[in-house]
Design a protein around this ligand. Sequence first.
Ligand code: ZN
Length: 164
Amino acid sequence: MATRNIRYDGDPILRKISKAVPAVTPRIRVLIEDMLETMYGANGVGLAAPQVGILKRIVVIDVGEGPIVMINPKITRTEGEQTGDEGCLSLPGKAGTVTRPNEVTVQFMGEDGEYYELEGTELLARAICHECDHLDGKIYKDFVEGELRDVTAEDEEEEEEEQA
Ligand code: ZN
């Protein structure tokens, strides 16, 4: 396992469309382990493969309930609305207000190659939307309400949980 370099806003790779993963190979497993290590190392709640420079449709999320690995995730249902602060490991020190669905259903392939469906609400729904956006070259600042804010070191400690 290794930590990978996080790509920051302005890097053109963050604007590209990631490719579907046909099968879970040993190399994909290494990538997933590295993504988890990178996410935890940066105190993030989510990370998408393009954020470490790999244009594959893989995201990892942990909103405090254990790691979720999603390959080729597809959001199939959204419901309701939530408005709240969001951050991103690719935009360190920034936060902004984004409205997201309050509930999502997502289908994906797991690390075992099987297909799964998961329902997420609140922070998990927000993280799923945020990470899936990365796979399509979208960054939350594209739909932030108002301005991106600088978060102070003190705020950052509180908001670390929401960096994705
Ligand atoms: Zn992000």
